[in-house]
Design a protein around this ligand. Structure first.
Ligand code: PLP
Ligand code: COI
Length: 367
């Protein structure tokens, strides 16, 4: 197995790369995850060779054997992070080392090979050197990066595969929710849980999202933007949304977010908000919060605000909660001051317009 922390990437330019005009038209108002850049990064892993065959090449379909392991047993993990246009025209990444670390932990949980942090970052940066023109300059735009890895060996036995393909694709995006900054409405799932103790809830693996889709579809049927999952054991404690963590803000200025006990994705946005709140001297707790408390605190006015957070969604106010036991609004359905100011602070840091704690903003060497 290769011990190399970094590899030499072979650069194979896409002969069908879009022109500057075509690119500008595609980037005008892209819906989330529907427009893609011209290239992708790929690296292979095999038990015999370790990490090898690193390339930047045209983004195009893979050819997969029908027995390809991922198609049967879902051995797949992924990440999501964004590249931003810095005020001086350069390109930055927000805490990508954290994505590398979570990718490693996800891979470990799904019995996949561990990619060195340096190689994970190198693949992203090599892709940005080729496709950097796709990082939007618009204020609310960014280039969403999707690193992922799947079992590529053709076999039907149930065991960890001996071959994998790692890939990074990139997609220019604006706001995740169609309503932009408008507060979102969430649906509390009665019938489904996202993850159970000992399961894969803390891993960013495709299977978790497959399991969430029926609940998300139910949310959409109830005209909600996202589903809220409660814990699997008691069906009482708020865990997270389908693709975001959740925070609560109280009338005394304190904040609360559910704790990480293995069933929740350890969000990098969540961690950043905890850090910013603590630095600002705001009391913030990581503790269990039940759906009954949420309902009662919203009714009494003790709960002032609630928001969802994640790379794709940044920070989005939750304006209304719907469930089979009735609906309730938060802050009259409008975005509160704390949500607004945390969002502004985080966005300013991510865009290089405000001081960030050391190591949060990584400049991509483009030269
Ligand atoms: N929870 C889930 C289920 C997610 O899919 C995401 C998005 O990545 C998050 C939380 C937020 O994580 P992060 O802030 O690292 O994007
Ligand atoms: C992200 O925020 O990166 C996610 O993976 C969430 C998904 C709903 C797009």
């Amino acid at each position: 197995m290769s011990e190399a922390e970094q590899l030499t990437f072979e650069i194979l330019p896409n002969p069908r790369a879009r022109s500057a005009e075509q690119r500008a038209a595609l980037m005008e108002d892209p819906a989330f995850g529907q427009v893609f850049t011209d290239h992708m990064a790929t690296v292979r892993w095999s038990a015999a060779k370790g990490w090898h065959d690193a390339q930047i090449r045209a983004r195009e379909p893979f050819q997969l054997d029908p027995a390809c392991a991922v198609l049967h047993y879902a051995q797949e993990v992924f990440e999501g992070l964004k590249a931003y246009r810095a005020p001086d025209g350069g390109i930055t990444l927000f805490r990508p080392q954290e994505n590398a670390g979570r990718f490693r932990e996800s891979a470990r949980r799904i019995a996949m090979p561990i990619m060195p942090e340096a190689l994970f970052l190198q693949a992203i940066e090599e892709l940005l050197r080729v496709d950097g023109a796709w990082v939007p300059t618009r204020e609310d735009g960014s280039l969403y990066l999707r690193p992922f890895m799947f079992a590529s060996e053709a076999f039907l036995g149930v065991r960890p595969a001996s071959e994998y393909l790692f890939c990074v694709i990139a997609s220019p995006v604006g706001a995740y929710f169609k309503g932009g900054m408008k507060p979102v409405t969430v649906w509390v799932s009665d019938d489904y849980s996202r993850a159970g103790p000992g399961g894969t809830g803390a891993a960013k693996c495709g299977g978790n999202y497959a399991a969430s889709l029926v609940a998300q579809a139910e949310a959409i049927r109830h005209e909600c933007d996202q589903v809220v999952f409660l814990d699997a054991a008691e069906h009482r404690w708020v865990e997270e949304l389908g693709g975001m963590n959740v925070f609560f803000v109280f009338d005394d200025g304190s904040m609360l977010t559910p704790p990480l006990h293995g069933t929740i994705l350890p969000g990098i946005t969540r961690d950043s908000i905890l850090t910013l709140a603590r630095v600002a001297g705001r009391p913030v707790e990581e503790r269990k919060y039940s759906i009954d408390e949420w309902r009662a605190d919203a009714a009494s006015g003790r709960l002032r605000e609630a928001f969802a957070c994640g790379t794709a969604a940044v920070i989005s106010a939750i304006g209304e909660v719907r469930s089979s036991e009735g609906h309730f609004k938060i802050n009259g359905g409008i975005m509160g001051e704390t949500t607004q100011s945390l969002r502004a602070q985080l966005v300013a840091i991510q865009r290089g317009a405000a001081e960030a704690p050391a190591d949060w903003v990584r400049r991509v060497p483009l030269g």
